[in-house]
Design a protein around this ligand. Sequence first.
Ligand SMILES: NC(=O)c1ccc[n+]([C@@H]2O[C@H](COP(=O)([O-])OP(=O)(O)OC[C@H]3O[C@@H](n4cnc5c(N)ncnc54)[C@H](O)[C@@H]3O)[C@@H](O)[C@H]2O)c1
Length: 344
Amino acid sequence: MAAPEAQGSAVTDESLNVVITGGAGFIGTRLAAEILSRGSVGPAGTASRPVARLTLVDQAAPAGRLSQDPRVAVCQGDLVAALEAGAGPLADADVVFHLAAAVSAECERDFDLGMRANVTGTQAVLAACRRAGRTPVVVFASSLAVFGGTDSHPLPAVVTDSTLPVPQSSYGTQKLIGEQFVADYTRKGFIQGRSVRLMTVAVRPGRPNGAASGFLSGVIREPLAGLRANAPVPADTAVALSSPARAVEGLLCAAEAAPRRWGDPTAVNLPSVTVTVGEMVRTLERVAGPAVSSLVGWEPDEAIAAIVRSWPARFATTRAATLGLGPDDGFEAIVRAYLRDTAG
Ligand SMILES: NC(=O)c1ccc[n+]([C@@H]2O[C@H](COP(=O)([O-])OP(=O)(O)OC[C@H]3O[C@@H](n4cnc5c(N)ncnc54)[C@H](O)[C@@H]3O)[C@@H](O)[C@H]2O)c1
């Protein structure tokens, strides 16, 4: 990993140094844009301070429009390797959003990749924050994949804030381990940690990724681009979705909420809209017409279906509501937001 190429202003006592790991990814890019547009962050209930430096750490290059901002520094390379050599970009961080991760289907296919990116990587981030000794606010992007059901611990019809996480995938297990690390580092006073469980975020633009949930974006994105897409699960499969904007709002709320308001360091389930895959395709038809929705095929893929079936689809997100976080206004609003974001 190259040394950060800070292009801009020095960090003063009054200003903040914010780091986003996974800052070139889908959500990291949007989070970075939102932070730059707001211009300031009030960590853990303290007064809002201007962001002097926003460091994007990722093995991929960040979006060009972000790296042109003078407040942005880029650290491109493998996070684990960089942090093994020292605290690097985390040495003077006030707020860290830890989003870098290998995604669900990748982790199922390649156990070692998932362990390295999601367990060793999270451990390395937390250890670097501890070594730096600044007790930064660390927001960890966990996932609804921490939930699942077994014969002796079946998934309840509605997941609440106190539902026991029983992950049924390597990815879900790695995310739950990350949450526990964040909670323990917080209890020890090394960081001010907050974990949020993101729902499946749609509609993801660009190319399909390695997530088992990837088709939930694909069945909207590809037909809107005139391409065929496949729904590998039965039409009555229910899923919990949120827009990228709601995910970013949840991450920023986690960074800014005062400690008493945030509550204990267990993870917060972010709000979601529940929809079946059949309803998603019918919504596409309402928004874009039958010629577009007919581009969705229904070829089953049992490997994907098994992962998606193991995830909950209905949540009662009381704790998020007390933090002022609510769901999108239905799936159609999510599709229309995607169309607005990608227009022009
Ligand atoms: N998108 C979703 O639906 C969703 C749902 C639940 C949780 N999450 C979590 O939210 C976070 C962001 O998700 P996303 O959709 O933006 O994912 P993404 O795949 O678009 O972005 C993740 C980024 O992390 C980077 N990365 C992975 N391993 C790395 C390493 N070892 N070193 C440096 N960079 C590395 C990747 O290059 C990528 O740019 C992830 O932690 C993900 O697990 C996402």
